[in-house]
Design a protein around this ligand. Structure first.
Ligand code: NDP
Length: 255
């Protein structure tokens, strides 16, 4: 069983791996033996994340990237492959939110959210695919949300991007199954990160509403995503593709 989840010798890129859920995912992959490239905009945050991963005994490094920018993404993938000689795992995690109702969100804000959360997954997957195909396989994990399933009045672009990410996951899963590349989505519930610290400031009563609706009775943590990431990036999930798995303490099945 141990070897089924062993990622020794594998190379992973985690976008937004320098904090929050991305760092929880990176810590899981690193603990299972993968070399992890943390890809974000904030170099200081990334350096701290690399130190955190190195303390687990992992090979870790950082690359600065803007996931909205095709040239930057291509350079990120090329640098990771040049550094480590291969690319086995891509986690499309980078994301933002703009909380405004549909009649108030500006086009520039809509575009910023869609490009960061959805177009980025296309750009990164498109750039990673040839390396995974040439290596005989790979694993892609896209981070969705409860907004992949539900709507709220104040997240039109975010919900559109996270619904889109699930459908993009299915498209890539079917297209690349014969290349032995599995593509799955993870749908986090309400997780305590910088993103939701801001949400709690902007949305009155959110903290208590989440606690009341989550059967597990708590907010999630970034490390709650370590196990699912190892599963979806290891041999254990070789016949699992195109899925969208909630990691939400039961939030999405609460009646
Ligand atoms: P954080 O704000 O902590 O992390 C967001 C990450 O995205 C940061 O590491 C940031 O890196 C990176 N990022 C943002 N824009 C860019 C960009 N243009 N280029 C490169 N990196 C970028 O939030 P979370 O950890 O909470 O969110 C991570 C993912 O999980 C997102 O996709 C989010 O939608 C999703 N999610 C979060 C939930 C939650 O409850 N927290 C629930 C459901 C989904 P940097 O700081 O270097 O810019």
């Amino acid at each position: 069983m141990k070897t089924m989840f062993d990622l020794t010798g594998k190379v992973a890129i985690v976008t937004g791996g320098n904090g929050g859920i991305g760092l929880g995912v990176a810590r899981g992959l690193a603990s299972a033996g993968a070399a992890v490239v943390v890809a974000g905009r904030n170099a200081t945050k990334s350096a701290a994340a690399v130190r955190n991963l190195a303390a687990l005994g992992a090979t870790a490094g950082q690359i600065e990237v803007d996931v909205r920018d095709e040239t930057s993404v291509r350079s990120m993938v090329a640098s990771a492959v040049a550094r480590h000689g291969r690319l086995d795992i891509l986690v499309n995690n980078a994301g933002i939110n703009v909380r405004k109702p549909p009649h108030e969100i500006a086009l520039s804000e809509w575009t910023q959210v869609i490009e960061t959360n959805l177009t980025s997954a296309y750009l990164c997957s498109h750039a990673a695919y040839p390396h995974m195909k040439a290596a005989g396989g790979g694993k892609i994990v896209n981070i969705g949300s409860m907004m992949s399933i539900f709507g709220t009045s104040y997240t039109p672009a975010y919900a559109a991007s996270k619904g889109g990410i699930v459908q993009f996951t299915k498209a890539c899963a079917t297209a690349w199954a014969r290349d032995n590349i599995q593509v799955n989505a993870v749908l986090p519930g309400w997780i305590d990160t910088d993103l939701t610290t801001r949400a709690r400031q902007e949305v009155a009563g959110l903290h208590d509403r989440v606690l009341a609706r989550t059967p597990a009775g708590r907010w999630g943590t970034p490390d709650d995503h370590a196990g699912i990431a190892v599963f979806l990036c290891s041999r254990a999930s070789d016949f699992v593709t195109g899925t969208a798995i909630p990691v939400d303490g039961g939030y999405s099945v609460q009646g």
